[in-house]
Design a protein around this ligand. Sequence first.
Ligand code: GLY
Length: 591
Amino acid sequence: MCILSLLIRIRCSMFQIMPYKSTFLTTIILFIFCTSCKKELVDQAIYDLVKTAESDLGMVVSAHPLASEVGADIIAKGGTAADAAIATQLALAVVYPRAGNIGGGGFMVYREGNGAVTALDYREKAPAAAHKDMYLDEDGNIIKDLSTKGHLASGVPGTVAGLYATHDKYGRLGFNKLIEPAIQLAENGFKLTKNEAKRLNELKEVFVELNGEDFPFVKASPWKAGDLLIQKALANTLRQIKTKGPNGFYWGQTADYVVEEMQSGNGIITKEDLSSYEASWRTPIHVTYRDYDIYSMSPPSSGGVALGQLTKLLEPMELSQYGFQSVESIHRIVEAERRVYADRAEHLGDSDFYDVPIDLLLDEAYLEERINDFSADSASSSASIVAGDFAMAKESFETTHLSVMDGEGNAASVTTTINASYGSKVWVKGAGFFLNNEMDDFSSKPGTPNMFGLIGAEANKIEAGKRMLSSMTPTIIEKNNQLFMVLGTPGGSTIITSVLQVFLNVVEYGMNISEAVAAKRFHHQWLPDQIMYEKEGNFDADKIKILESMGHKLRAVDHIGTVEAIMVVNDTMIVGAADPRRDDHAAAVRE
Ligand code: GLY
């Protein structure tokens, strides 16, 4: 198919260059070829994606052009960055259902124009009937797929509570105005991109297995780019939320649908689980790095603590002297990551249930001690790195991020997820949305990796009502006390290191924000003991050989993270950078 399409493309371009040489028959054949060629090109360009945009009035960068434009329009109508973040998330729940959601949860770091920074936690919670051995068989072994697929994989959703908590504190426009674009997109449908059509076709079998054939995400013939996806049931649920507020989700008809869905499978979420869900305001993690103040998400995400540890470990190394992705830079970053992810595995969990030693993990003396066995010439072995002692002082990586700035200096950094692509793959009949499979982010069995290969322990064991540990790293950075950057990304365990690299690309390697986002990335997470690196980047054969000779193990992957970033340039110009790796889009606010 690809070769045929390539041949057709070559023939088509030949036809454009040398039409006068064509015989009548060739003309007919080429006309047929070119018609299909043109169609394919049209299919690839359902939306005009903007990867870099500038404005002094505001910016929204998200995973889908329709969602970014909804958010930018809200700012243009007088909304705050919070209003835009709410409207964009609701639109993503419709047009980007593989990760955008009302059936999952998320985190937001918010900065007001006056410089006050807060963090909102609307992470899913384990249902009341959850317990630490719920995914183990009688011999104590993990039962395959139980925490990732089907009804038992879901935590109690937090997104709708999070949207209302955001609106109560920072909203200016009525919530009805923020939800209406999402209702229209669900009711009238939107055109699928090529990526989205491909993903739906790949998942058809599991969708049918869990939901039957009677729902909008499966159809007899394969999906293709440009097909309209209409979600009437979701439109009705959004209307319930519009008229009844959070009760339109956590009580009444929508809650009934969720509980009925649970009972039709092996699910355990009850009406009480839903009606008792609340979002929580947290104190963001704050660290400094030279002239920069970095604010990121606190537990139950590991993102802020890990990013804080990494930047504190790397700051004294003055990476700029070694250059972007030089062997020296890669080695230093990897050795910091190895230690930080070992700490994550041991010490991070929901701070409402476990005393996470945040201050100690970020303590300069502790971090100095942590890196004092670093060798510039050879890799440490992850087997020899255990989590720090204070007495001593895989899946498809979905999730989605949106970055927002308005013209008043307010900024929202929001990462939200249903974990895997389309979460548990269970679609709530009647209510029209997918449920998360976030329970897999708990440590189902100490020392056994989850779908991201992450190891966990006591701090992240399953307990009723507890939030599972996350890697989401919504981040806001100030430079000399002025708003400088908003960024974040999906990518499971690679989220933290992707955010780190975009920051370093700007402040250490002198890239502009679009270059920093587009640059190829690498990742190490202690276990498995390997450097994952993106293909077709700077990891050439010579570099790989040198790194291997130092004791590193390497693995090439297709891509790491999909960063959405905004940076303030020359004090006033807001520059949005959408990741070129997917259908992401930067929408500038216009008059
Ligand atoms: N579900 C991915 C994360 O929260 O890290």
